[in-house]
Design a protein around this ligand. Structure first.
Ligand code: PMP
Length: 361
């Protein structure tokens, strides 16, 4: 029998393990494992979805014009330099497919988002994992990880799952320091949670080697509709558009995202409530002896004394109907990532961690 083999690199990709535990028989389940907005999308987005229902038989607009214009208006950007994708995952994928192939290297942190490695391997490139502390993103480590083969450098700011954030001066140092053949991809999936941070938009405007990626899955509460976008130099955006499927976004997703981004008052409310409950949750966990103090995003990284303790706590939380995220695949096996939920979810999870810790004494 002939052996039908996939392209090199593909078998190095483990099947995605991000599926959440299904807690049969446990009532009142709260999911705090995927960094979703506990309040859901803006009512304006819900209304846009309802209004779009009569057009389900139509293929959607291929150039995403109205959505790109809305993003551009809100962020003060050039709509021509925006590309939309099926989540920011797809933009990451486009970047790897277009710019990194066999023999090329894609640099990311040991605690970096899993899609960087998957997309690099899928395009035949070699992922290079640079060391990173749990507490600070180390620009020097990224620079040291670069070589004449580096084509892409992925940095999430804030980073998932550590929640760490680096300042603009450090990002600029990174952009200026990477090799001339490389693109710095600033992943701003959580940028909206940081007061006054533009996700690197201004830097992207100023340089020809930086691409910013953003998402509607987090603060805009539209993870289920899968909308992300990228912003970069016109030449790079034009390249990415060549491999984009003409109908990658559904019409429903586009109108929802457009309404969501235009409702900044709702995003402001979500940002403020997230900051309030994140501080509360971190403090409550600290009172139980669990540190989780670095986050600038919509989750906290709760650190335990050992891998066994983190796993036991996860199982205890599940028994209480609370689903959080193990982050072993991010090389943080002694930690649990907990999404900042609404007030009652935060109280429940803090209380349960307290009970777990008390039971250990
Ligand atoms: N980047 C980071 C850092 C993320 O955490 C996520 C989602 N978990 C994404 C990108 C992708 O998000 P989406 O595809 O939903 O836009």
């Amino acid at each position: 029998m002939t052996q039908i083999t996939p392209q090199p690199g593909i078998m190095d990709i483990a099947l995605y393990q991000g599926g959440i535990a299904h807690l049969d028989g446990v009532s009142n389940v709260v999911k705090l494992s995927s960094n979703e907005n506990p309040f859901g999308p803006s009512p304006a987005a819900m209304e846009a979805v309802r209004r779009s229902a009569h057009e389900l038989h139509r293929y959607p607009n291929t150039d995403h014009g109205p959505l790109r214009q809305a993003i551009a208006d809100v962020h003060g950007l050039d709509a021509g330099r925006i590309i939309c994708g099926v989540g920011s995952d797809e933009i990451i994928h486009f970047l790897c497919q277009c710019y990194a192939g066999p023999g090329d290297e894609v640099v990311h942190s040991v605690h970096g988002f899993g899609m960087y490695r998957i997309s690099a391997l899928a395009s035949g490139a070699t992922p290079i994992e640079v060391p990173e502390s749990e507490r600070v993103t180390d620009v020097d480590a990224f620079l040291a990880g670069c070589s004449e083969r580096t084509k892409l450098v992925f940095v999430a700011n804030p980073n998932n799952p550590t929640g760490t954030m680096i300042g603009m001066a450090e990002i600029e140092r990174l952009a200026a320091g990477i090799p001339p053949q490389a693109i710095l991809v600033l992943d701003g999936a959580y940028a909206e949670y940081v007061d006054g941070y533009d996700g690197g938009a201004k830097l992207t405007e100023a340089r020809d080697n930086v691409v910013m990626t953003r998402t509607f899955s987090k603060i805009y509460g539209l993870g289920g509709l899968r909308v992300g976008w990228g912003y970069g130099p016109q030449a790079i955006i034009d390249v990415l558009n060549r491999i984009r499927g003409p109908f990658n976004l559904s019409g429903t997703a586009m109108v929802a995202a457009e309404a969501a981004v235009r409702d900044q008052a709702y995003a402001d409310k979500c940002r403020a409530e997230n900051a309030r409950m994140r501080a509360w949750l971190s403090e409550a966990l600290a009172e139980h002896g669990v540190a989780s103090d670095t986050s600038t995003a919509n989750f906290v990284l709760a650190r335990f004394g050992s891998v066994e303790e983190a796993e036991a706590c996860d199982l205890y939380l599940q028994s209480q109907g609370l689903i959080v995220r193990r982050v072993g695949s991010y090389k943080l096996p002694n930690a649990l990532r907990i999404t900042v939920g609404d007030e009652s979810s935060c109280r429940r999870v803090a209380h349960a961690v307290g009970q777990f810790k008390a039971g250990q004494r």
